[in-house]
Design a protein around this ligand. Sequence first.
Ligand code: ZN
Length: 183
Amino acid sequence: MSNNSVFPGDKIASIEEYEAGHNTFDDGDMVRSATMGEKDMDKETRMINVNHPKLLSIPKVGDVIIGTVAAVMSSMIAVTIDYINGKPTTSKVECICGTRNMRIRNVALVNDVASLKIVAHLNGTIHAVMNEPELGIIFTKCRKCGGKVVTMRDAIKCTDCSWIDERKLSSSFGKSDFIHLRE
Ligand SMILES: [Zn+2]
């Protein structure tokens, strides 16, 4: 680990100084890392990228993963796994999580960060669930404007445009220390 190591959610620089590049996002104030890796701050283009290290692993049944939502379909979401039991992985393995029985308007959006539990390997597909309080979405944005959202009981509300929406939120949502799992 070097001084350039960053974890998802880590603040890297102010958006007035730098723009969010690969594997980063801006929260309206700061450029933050969207993943675990090494930050690369380009002083000329004023762009920050985060590069993944090379690690490979496949989660086992019972493991808790943190990943990035890659696709949202009518009855499931696909999540690219970034952490297994708090340990970073860069193998880009995907798991799927059924959402059919959740009575939630938008369980997750693409690029949300989700915490899931692995329940099965079936036909080469890794299946996960988010039906426990600590499982679910730990980072999301406003579907309308991309703004920052805050929780309102079971719903979320955009601090910019006031759009109210739903997600299957983790009990860790909104806690800046959600990456405590990295230990
Ligand atoms: Zn909004």
